[in-house]
Ligand binder design. Structure first.
Ligand SMILES: C[S@@+](CC[C@H](N)C(=O)[O-])C[C@H]1O[C@@H](n2cnc3c(N)ncnc32)[C@H](O)[C@@H]1O
Length: 257
């Protein structure tokens, strides 16, 4: 197969740039050359559904490059609106505090939310996850970005028998309904499923945060969960507001306790 044909494939340019260690301009100037076997094999694997991010162990989020590997959710562009909302809230709520605000990114996965919060606010950030692989990947990313984020292995906010108290909770937890199919079989179930209506973990987190006297929370949710969550929150928060992703679908909720 020639480079010119390979470039027509989804991810074709990215795969060739990585395998040949050349940029797009070079590829266009040499598009009559044969593609190496390794690239053809990678394209076959990606076309069969294996995420290209796991092959090259890299993913881009909020303009930054992160390490990723199988066993950990690949961060999605839609989560960037949740991050932006969290950064805005943290910067507003924390500017009058004399000491540093404490933020928990619960269900941190690869650590992308925690790391970007550490880069864009003045807060003390703690990242938690129940998965050993996620903890390993988050730690690697924290070192890669040279930020001050503490990582803890926890079941939601419970770490070694102790609950973490903080000012603001940020989370992209598992919130997919159990009956739904994952976008691909290679990402971990643990990152997706949240019970029959998908809200088991979201609700548990909200109750925990309220109980521990968190001031606010920013949580990613599914586009169809607004009504169920509004009903649940009626008597549990001072105020709450849903916000949309770039496609105009509900993507998250900001709660003031
Ligand atoms: C949807 S992923 C989010 C990952 C990352 N925050 C992101 O936005 O890319 C959810 C994460 O929750 C973690 N998780 C699932 N159940 C958990 C629990 N009970 N306590 C802590 N983390 C949990 C999974 O391991 C997974 O990393």
């Amino acid at each position: 197969m020639k480079i010119k044909d390979f470039l027509k494939e989804t991810n074709g340019s990215y795969i060739l740039e990585k395998v040949l260690n050349k940029d797009k301009t070079w590829l266009f100037l040499h598009d009559d050359l044969e593609v190496p076997k390794e690239a053809v094999e990678i394209l076959r694997k990606v076309k069969s559904g294996y995420p290209v991010e796991y092959i090259f162990e890299e993913v881009w989020f909020y303009g930054d490059r992160f390490y990723i590997k199988e066993g950990v959710l690949i961060p999605r562009d839609d989560t960037e609106v949740v991050l932006e909302r969290a950064i805005k809230l943290i910067n507003e709520k924390c500017k009058t505090k004399s000491e540093k605000c404490k933020i928990v990114d619960c269900c941190t996965g690869s650590g992308v939310i925690a790391i970007e919060i550490a880069k864009h606010t003045n807060a003390k950030v703690i990242a938690t996850d129940i998965s050993d692989t996620a903890i390993e990947v988050a730690e690697k990313n924290i070192a890669l970005h040279n930020v001050d984020v503490e990582v803890k292995k926890c079941d939601l906010l419970k770490c070694e028998g102790e609950e973490i108290k903080a000012d603001i909770l940020v989370s992209n937890p598992p919130y997919v309904e159990n009956s739904w199919q994952k976008p691909n079989v290679y990402e971990p179930d643990l990152a997706f499923y949240g019970g029959d209506d998908g809200l088991d973990i979201v609700k548990e987190l909200i109750l925990k945060a309220k109980d521990l006297k968190y001031k606010a929370a920013v949580i990613e949710i599914g586009y169809n969960q607004k009504n169920l969550l509004s009903e649940f929150l009626k008597d549990k928060a001072e105020s709450f507001e849903f916000f949309n992703d770039l496609a105009g679908n509900v993507r998250g909720i900001e709660i003031i306790f």
